[in-house]
Ligand binder design. Structure first.
Ligand SMILES: CC(C)(COP(=O)(O)OP(=O)(O)OC[C@H]1O[C@@H](n2cnc3c(N)ncnc32)[C@H](O)[C@@H]1OP(=O)(O)O)[C@@H](O)C(=O)NCCC(=O)NCCS
Length: 106
């Protein structure tokens, strides 16, 4: 597990946290998430806001395409926590904390 130098929860008033993005499975691959992300990034660029999110393995490539960068990554083995195959993928599950920076703040 990697611990970021700056505590990830210590956001500034200029940071926006995208808490959840999901498209109903029957409507995926039609550009809904792309459209929402474009709207959010336009807003961030206009207002000078930095964006943060926690990416699932499914969402990760999409966020990379939009210029989000890795800030920290966490791996958890669901089996170690008593999870079953029905709870999620076998083996380590990786989630990445990502940042889209418009203002060059650190
Ligand atoms: C990630 C997610 C929100 C994308 O929604 P969407 O409306 O289908 O996205 P879009 O139609 O705008 O497609 C954007 C890209 O994501 C890819 N994508 C969409 N659904 C996908 C899926 N189920 N598996 C893999 N890739 C997927 C598309 O192929 C596209 O990539 P491309 O431009 O290289 O072709 C959607 O797959 C989802 O709800 N997943 C489950 C919840 C989740 O993991 N959310 C992310 C939380 S951080």
């Amino acid at each position: 597990m990697y611990a970021p130098k700056r505590p990830f929860t210590k956001y500034t008033p200029y940071d926006v946290v995208l808490t959840w993005l999901a498209t109903r499975p029957s409507h995926q691959h039609r550009g809904a998430a792309t459209m929402l992300l474009r709207w959010l990034i336009d807003l961030a660029e206009r207002e000078g806001l930095d964006l943060y999110l926690q990416a699932t393995p499914t969402g990760y490539p999409l966020y990379r395409q939009f210029g989000f960068e890795d800030a920290a990554a966490f791996e958890v083995n669901l089996g170690d926590l008593g999870g079953t195959v029905e709870d999620g993928p076998e083996g380590p599950y990786r989630t990445v904390l990502m940042r889209f920076s418009v203002g060059g703040r650190t």
